[in-house]
Design a protein around this ligand. Structure first.
Ligand code: PDD
Length: 287
């Protein structure tokens, strides 16, 4: 079955899907995106993802390309047309196509929208979660507005590639105070030796992850001991557990940070439990 993408009002073969060379997303990374998990035939936390998309668009003064309800319809259509049962759906909105010029184009330039979906193998993800991943620290070098989910991901690409070349699956950014901010495409968490779950506040320095929000609700519901505060790389080295969260990973245990083994070197019980229970804290929209 050939894949289908949605591009500016049309469903097209994925192999032929394209935007214009003067799309500002291509020229300036002048756009934003969202990634939603597709789980057992449901799109996970669509209202929260669209709320964050709305915020990102507002921060950059880009208009919605069409009504929110229409975007929601297209998300479902693209998942359905690609027969994705488990995987992800991606949405990207840019400021549109205009002659290359740094200034915003005139108001009659419509934003561009692209939606794609792809399948993922839940068994492979589970096998990874039962093993845990390694992360590699990296100096924080991004702009301060990482709260906006823009497609300007070059620093993230370089940090993650560095992680890969050093045997890791994810990068952990470390700021000038020695604190972990977040991963290259995930939020970062630890469980201290005293059993306290810690993650950095989302007020600055990180993207307010949708998975992070659902996990926080789960943590409150389960009555786990929890602190929202910065934690240092040294504290993470010494933690009982570590894990990352994102729509693409759910809660994924971290068993090595740089050359340090985390805890006993196996996925932690807290991360594993949060992973197992995750979808009970999410909004599920059947496609
Ligand atoms: N990344 N921090 C960064 C820098 C991210 O790029 C992401 C998501 C997250 C987690 O956010 P959420 O829980 O809403 O997925 C945190 C997506 C999945 C990506 O770029 O592929």
């Amino acid at each position: 079955m050939s894949r289908i993408a949605y591009v500016n009002g049309q469903y097209v073969r994925h192999a032929d899907a394209a935007v214009h060379v003067e799309d500002r997303g291509y020229q300036f990374a002048d756009g934003v995106y969202e990634v939603c998990e597709v789980w057992q035939g449901n799109i996970v936390d669509v209202p929260r993802h669209l709320d964050r998309l709305d915020r990102s668009l507002k921060e950059l003064r880009i208009d919605w390309p069409m009504a929110r309800s229409a975007v929601q319809f297209v998300l479902r259509q693209v998942v359905r047309r690609n027969r994705v049962v488990n995987g992800l759906v991606y949405i990207q909105v840019t400021r549109g196509v205009a002659r290359r010029d740094h200034f915003f184009p005139s108001d009659d330039v419509a934003p561009s929208i692209v939606v794609t979906a792809r399948s993922a193998d839940p068994k492979a993800a589970q096998a990874q979660a039962e093993k845990g991943i390694a992360v590699v620290s990296y100096p924080e070098n991004r702009w301060p507005r990482v709260d906006i989910k823009t497609v300007a991901l070059l620093p993230n690409v370089l940090a993650k590639q560095n992680a890969k070349e050093n045997g890791g699956k994810e990068a952990w950014y470390v700021d000038k105070d020695g604190n972990v901010t977040e991963g290259g495409s995930t939020n970062a968490w630890i469980v201290t030796k005293a059993g306290v779950l810690v993650t950095r506040p989302a007020e600055s320095g990180i993207l307010r992850g949708i998975t992070r929000q659902a996990i926080l609700e789960l943590v409150a519901r389960e009555g786990l001991t929890f602190e929202e505060r910065p934690f240092s790389l040294a504290e993470a080295y010494d933690a009982k557990e570590a894990f990352v969260t994102a729509a693409t990973t759910i809660a994924m245990p971290v068993t090595r940070i740089d050359d340090r083994i985390v805890g006993n070197g196996h996925p932690g019980t807290v991360a594993t439990r949060l992973r197992e229970m995750f979808h009970t804290a999410t909004d599920l929209q059947a496609v």
